[in-house]
Write a new protein. Structure first.
Length: 87
């Protein structure tokens, strides 16, 4: 199945909770926020971002047994929880 990107709103919520993911510890600037998150909610290392920050790589490596739509449904739920946690 051909992957297409999740329609990200670029709110930065996922980048403000890297302390919740052990594999992202080296990206935590000390307050749970990714050290590469810019003031305008963009990623300063987007082209070289880690696998866990790349939806297509995560899908292909861990979720390819489901449809892209199902995967995006999971991402949508997680995104909503992260936005609510930051409120």
């Amino acid at each position: 199945m051909k992957y297409y990107p999740y329609p990200c709103a670029r709110c930065g919520a996922c980048c403000r909770h890297v302390d919740r993911i052990a594999q992202m510890a080296s990206f935590n600037r000390g307050d749970g926020v990714c050290k590469h998150l810019t003031a305008n909610n963009l990623c300063a290392i987007y082209a070289e971002r880690p696998t866990l920050c790349n939806g297509e790589q995560v899908y292909k490596k861990f979720f390819s047994d489901m449809t892209v739509e199902e995967f995006h449904g999971i991402i949508s739920q997680l995104c909503k929880k992260l936005r609510e946690a930051g409120a």
